[in-house]
Structure formats: structure tokens, C-alpha cells
Design a protein around this ligand. Structure first.
Ligand code: PHE
Length: 345
């Protein structure tokens, strides 16, 4: 490009024609390459307009040319938007499907919080060498009471406490997973190391702390020379794994017809860290379940020789653990299946 004959001098161009041609080019551009050609021709670095703008010396020419530039740039942008819209609608028209739109989010489910806790408990026990056993929920009164040494006049045998499924009170919904102890011992010879998780049923009025159906895990060890010390060590390990090292564990003497001696066990309250709160009734401790050394009478009921074998058993409620661990106010919430609650775990 020579200095003597500049192409874009202000006077050398019919600017109104330039603008009309340019606007027509932008409006009629059918695709991106036509638009980019028009951009190069009318707004590019070497276009007559840009060259003339570089040489502007007086105000009149500056106003004229800058006005044209602003209008042409607007027309170019409008053309680009029009082309983008046309392309999008062509895509949809092609098969009614726009692959650039985000897909539907399919919500993913997860395990119920009680199932999660049950599996954690199972994992800990499997790690200790216990076998997880599934036992039946519809049971005989013999497995639920008699074999466990429950006296005939015990109030828990009343139909006000237990769900019988027959009028003769021989068949019932198990009231505890201790029935699993009997089932296992009936069917195999010692040594036995089993854990029986599952649903249990009691005629309790639903309340913030109880429901007629809840979950327990029963643990039974039968071998030679097993003592209360083995029970304590096992439970301490179990609770440390389940709740972390911050919790303490204690045993209190108690009574169950199928264990002797019998204990109930507590862990330090996880809500107040044993300082005292309404949940632990200001004692700092939360009751977790029952345990003991298997009563020789139970061994006799299942045909084990009590002089050769000894064992311990414990049972604990899982719903309670879930409730306390998550600081929930009402155990019935686990049965409502409100997704707003369940999604949090
Ligand atoms: N079965 C008892 C209950 O449900 C708990 C327990 C289990 C106690 C094993 C001692 C031994 O309350």
C-alpha cells in the first residue's frame, strides 16, 4: 500500500454507499463464513473504513466515520446472534433433540441410616472372627422364652407385651434376637462365634424412645474357658470401633434369666461428652444393652455340656445407637421415610 495513493482516504469513498453495502452484507450473511468475510471487508484492519479512521484529521470526518463504525459493529453483532439462533433451532428441528442441553438428573438412592449402622456393627464383628447369622422373625415360644430359661409367670410372656400369631401362644414374633442364640446352638456343635442382627417386636406404644418394631444385634461366643473378662474386652473393642476412642464403657450388674452373672452396659453420652444433658438424664452415661455369661441351664436346653463349655452373650439396640449418634429427637423418624431426613445420612 503506497503513501501516495491511500485507498481509504476520507474523500475517496462514498461513505453512505459503503454503509448501505456493509449493512446489506451483514444482514444477508447466511453462515459464519459469510459473516466473517463481511467483517473483514467492512470492519477489518485493511478495510477502507479502518484506514480512513487512521487518517482522520478533522472533527467532521471523525464524527462521520465513527458513527458508521458504531452502526456497522452493531449490525455485525446482530448478525452473529441471528446466526447462532438459527443454528440452534436447526439442531432441534433435525430430530427434536438438542444434545447441548443438560440431561435430567436421576436421583441416586442410598442405604437407610439403620442399615448403615447394622452393617458397621457387622463389619466390626466379622473383623473379630464372628459369623453373621440370619435367624427367623416368626418364632416358637420355646425359642423366645423357655429355652432361655424365662419363668412361666414372667410378664413378658403376656400377650400385652408380645405379639403372638396364634391363639395357643406357641408362635410369636420374636421379642429379642436371643432366639438366634438358641437356633444356632441347636444346629451346631461348639465352639461358636456368631452375631445375629435383625428386627424384633414388642407391644410397646410408639413414643420418642420406642417403637413396636426395632433392631438388635445379638452376639454369642461359646468355647472352653470363656469368662466375663472376655465379654468385657470384646464389648470395649466393639464400642471403640463403633463410636471412636473418645467414649468410655462400663458394666453394671443386672439380671437376665439366660445369663449368670448378668450385666447391663453403658457408654459415655455422645451428646454432652459425659458432662450431663437431658438425653443421658444428667448421668453422663447411656444404656446400650444387656449381656452376661451364658447360664448353664441354657446350655442344657440345647444339649451342650455346661461342664465343658462356657460362653458369653450380649444384645444391643441399633435404633438407639443411630438416634444418639445423630442427635435425633424421636426414634419414630426412622419409620417415616421422610426423604428430607434420610438424605442427610
Ligand atoms: N435379650 C436381651 C434383651 O433384649 C439382651 C441380652 C442379650 C441380655 C444377651 C443378655 C444376653 O433385653
Amino acid at each position: 500500500m503506497s503513501r501516495e495513493k491511500p485507498v481509504g482516504t476520507v474523500a475517496a469513498v462514498d461513505w453512505s454507499r459503503y454503509e448501505t453495502d456493509a449493512l446489506r452484507a451483514f444482514d444477508s450473511a447466511r453462515d459464519d463464513s459469510a459473516l466473517s468475510e463481511a467483517n473483514v471487508a467492512y470492519l477489518g484492519r485493511k478495510s477502507a473504513l479502518k484506514q480512513a479512521l487512521r487518517e482522520v484529521r478533522d472533527r467532521h470526518a471523525g464524527v462521520l466515520l465513527n458513527g458508521i463504525r458504531a452502526r456497522l459493529e452493531a449490525a455485525s453483532r446482530a448478525a452473529a446472534e441471528r446466526l447462532a439462533r438459527e443454528q440452534a433451532s436447526r439442531r432441534e428441528d433435525a430430530d427434536g433433540f438438542d444434545p447441548t442441553l443438560p440431561g435430567d438428573r436421576i436421583p441416586r438412592g442410598h442405604l437407610h441410616v439403620l442399615t448403615q449402622i447394622r452393617r458397621e456393627a457387622e463389619d466390626i464383628l466379622v473383623g473379630l472372627g464372628y459369623e453373621i447369622v440370619d435367624s427367623r422373625e416368626v418364632e416358637t415360644a420355646w425359642h423366645n422364652f423357655d429355652a432361655l430359661n424365662q419363668p412361666l409367670n414372667h410378664p413378658s410372656r403376656s400377650p400385652r407385651e408380645t405379639f403372638y400369631v396364634d391363639d395357643g401362644r406357641e408362635t410369636l414374633l420374636r421379642a429379642h434376637t436371643s432366639t438366634g442364640q438358641i437356633r444356632v446352638m441347636e444346629s451346631r456343635e461348639p465352639p461358636v462365634y456368631v452375631a445375629v442382627p435383625g428386627r424384633v417386636y414388642r407391644r410397646d406404644t410408639p413414643s420418642p424412645t420406642s417403637t413396636p418394631v426395632f433392631h438388635q444385634v445379638e452376639c454369642l461366643a461359646v468355647d472352653r474357658g470363656i469368662t466375663l473378662a472376655d465379654l468385657k474386652g470384646t464389648m470395649e473393642h466393639f464400642f471403640r470401633e463403633l463410636f471412636g476412642p473418645g467414649r468410655e464403657f462400663r458394666m453394671r450388674t443386672s439380671f437376665f434369666p439366660f445369663t449368670e452373672p448378668s450385666v447391663e452396659f453403658d457408654v459415655t453420652c455422645f451428646l454432652c461428652d459425659a458432662r450431663g444433658c437431658p438425653v443421658c438424664k444428667y448421668s453422663g452415661w447411656i444404656e446400650m444393652g444387656g449381656a452376661g455369661v451364658v447360664d448353664p441351664a441354657v446350655f442344657e436346653n440345647v444339649g451342650y455340656d455346661p461342664d465343658e463349655w462356657s460362653g458369653f452373650a450380649w444384645g444391643l439396640g441399633l435404633d438407639r445407637i443411630a438416634l444418639l449418634r445423630h442427635g435425633l429427637p424421636d426414634i419414630r423418624m426412622f419409620w417415616e421415610n421422610d426423604l428430607r431426613l434420610l438424605r442427610q445420612f
